[in-house]
Write a protein that binds this ligand. Structure first.
Ligand code: ADP
Ligand code: MG
Length: 356
């Protein structure tokens, strides 16, 4: 097992990439620590599978290098990299038994039968497949097949990394929850580096110690769930993580002064004085509150979500969401809102500035 380093990777599926949009992966360098539990989070089409396939060696990057520990493996084929990859849709040999399916990756590498038997039974038990080991895989439901796929990913020991590409897509919601907790537990037990790909923030945040957030072929932030919540480095992270996501509002920056709704705003850190580009503030609904004065708003909607109400207020064309704790009043007319300065950050062209 070893640390995995991606150095200045770029990838295009086109033979002659020219424009920015020709690159499925924009230039990135990412380190994956040995033994880490990572989630790779981003919407469909942002490049997650491309990135996984570059790590596993199914895909050669157009530019850059892949290192496992102190070895440059960029030119090594997938089967020389000692990794396990679980795909979005189950890869199962229907004519084989569940047992033989699980044993396959081990037998393929010449592991002796006593060891094969031990590992297959262990992994089978962890995934509640013990009862079905002797059955043909063809008789199983989609859930059962995906469990076999997961098992095949987990059955080998001492792999460099186990990668799961949206493995719970075809699984029903309850079992999804069970399997997700199980994977977390398995990570703690086997200690292998795991990369779990998902477009679902809940899945990412419950599984991972470190979340790698992707958007449009870029890695926009790597951080703990708390860091992503508290200090989103990019408006995309703020918006994508959180429920509801961060408010992103256009602002003007005039000589270092941040102006929104014709009023100066206090922010975390400084905005800088020579600002060029699209300027916005980011403030999470958790840190917006009603106040006596501040930004005048109209309340347009309020949804009860248990311990909170999600209130939507408008200032002109700008929509601002707030979380109002249960039991707190919501003003009728003449409402004003206030942003907590410690959590108000400035973004230029999407990227956070001076928000320390
Ligand atoms: P994700 O896994 O996040 O949904 P992908 O890595 O599959 O994203 O895709 C990233 C981008 O690359 C998308 O625009 C997709 O259409 C494109 N792409 C993916 N695979 C191929 C391929 N084999 N040939 C051409 N374009 C591809
Ligand atoms: Mg994908």
């Amino acid at each position: 097992m070893s640390m995995i380093t991606l150095k200045d990777i770029r990838h295009s599926y086109l033979p002659l990439p020219v424009d920015d949009i020709d690159w499925a992966l924009k230039e990135m360098s990412v380190e994956w620590q040995d033994g880490g539990a990572y989630a790779l989070l981003g919407p469909s089409g942002c490049g997650k599978t491309t990135l996984l396939n570059i790590i596993s060696g199914l895909l050669q990057p157009t530019e850059g290098e892949v290192w496992f520990g102190d070895q440059n493996v960029t030119d090594e084929p997938a089967d020389a990299r000692n990794i396990a990859q679980v795909f979005q849709f189950p890869v199962v040999y229907d004519t084989m038994t569940v047992y033989d399916n699980l044993a396959f990756p081990l037998r393929n590498r010449g592991v002796d039968e006593a060891e094969v038997d031990k590992r297959v039974r262990e992994i089978g038990a962890m995934l509640d497949l013990s009862e079905t080991l002797a059955k043909r895989a063809s008789g199983l439901t989609a859930d059962g097949k995906q469990k076999i796929s997961l098992g095949r990913g987990l059955v080998r020991e001492n792999v460099n990394v186990i990668m799961f590409d949206e493995p719970l897509t075809v699984i029903d919601p309850h079992l999804k929850w069970v399997l997700r907790s199980k994977l977390k537990e398995l990570h703690q037990r086997v200690g292998a580096t795991m990369i779990y790909v998902t477009h679902d923030q809940t899945e990412a945040l419950t599984f991972a110690d470190q979340v790698v957030v992707m958007h449009d072929g870029n890695v926009v932030q790597v951080g703990t769930p708390v860091e992503l919540f508290e200090r989103p480095q990019h408006t995309f992270v703020g918006h994508f993580i959180g429920s509801p996501g961060m408010n992103v509002l256009p602002c003007d920056i005039d000589n270092g002064k941040v102006m929104f709704a014709g009023q100066p705003l206090q922010i975390a850190g400084t905005a800088g004085s020579d600002v060029k580009g699209r300027t916005e503030i980011g403030i999470r609904p958790e840190f917006v509150s009603f106040a006596e004065d501040g930004i005048p708003v109209n309340i347009v909607n309020s949804i009860d979500v248990g311990r909170f109400r999600i209130v939507e207020a408008h200032h002109g064309d700008d929509s601002i969401k707030l979380l109002v704790p249960e039991g707190e009043g919501i003003p009728a007319d003449g409402a004003h809102v206030r942003f907590d300065p410690a959590h108000t950050r400035v973004y230029i062209d999407g990227w956070m500035v001076g928000g320390n």
